[in-house]
Design a protein around this ligand. Sequence first.
Ligand code: GTP
Ligand code: MG
Length: 252
Amino acid sequence: MRYEEEAARRKEILKDFFGGPAQADPPGEWIEKLVQFEALMMKYRAAIREVTTKLEVLNDEFSVSAKRNPIESIQSRVKRPYSIAKKLRSMGQPANVDAIRRYLNDVAGVRVICPFLDDIYAIADMLLQQDDIHLVKKKDYIQHPKPNGYRSLHLIVEIPVFFSQGKELMRVEVQIRTVAMNFWASLEHQIQYKNDLPSDPEIRAELLDCAERIAETDQRMFQLRNRIQQARQTHPAGQSDQTNALPDSFQP
Ligand code: GTP
Ligand code: MG
């Protein structure tokens, strides 16, 4: 990384997380805080890699055994220093690395996008069955959608990551949702952040209605896929050799 970029990144951590001086070259006393913060973020990035690899392996295996990918895509992020500090402040906790470890579950975040509803639970079960993964908390916003219509399965998991000094248990927030749920959540997020209209009851009702239509479509697509699968099993001769003959990138 270029010196200017490095300096800008340090400046952001110092100012946004520690509330320290916003200078490119921090004085000695702040260097130690920076080093600790960066070391912790490196560990969260490592934990994201571990979880992502597990998910990719499951997806690969599934695509061989069932000729279908239960995962459409995986996104991940480490929470920004500013958001970490803001959340700790809202909890009445100090901005330091111990507080991050103790009180925050979502510094490392992985989002898994699945084609169909049942893929969500299949992926969650396969991940949680692994004996090095420990489930800390599960929130099923599919069985119990949020009042605004938000749907997703949220898992807070703890995963061991091996470093030179030994093993550390790192927490990762895994959000699993369908393409359709992700479509709604992404747009709702944009609307929320661009203005404060969602407090308007009409807009809230409209968003909720969209979420419900999307959920209904998810159900219909899931049932449609099941019907097609059953038809293939009952009439193996009519099996779609055509579909199988297509290269992966053309598969629906
Ligand atoms: P946070 O303080 O936001 O982390 O909430 P929480 O600790 O109560 O966790 P929860 O499981 O409810 O939500 C965590 C994350 O899920 C959020 O940071 C968002 O990424 C996502 N999320 C939750 N609710 C909504 C919502 O209504 N709309 C959208 N777009 N995303 C949501
Ligand atoms: Mg969060």
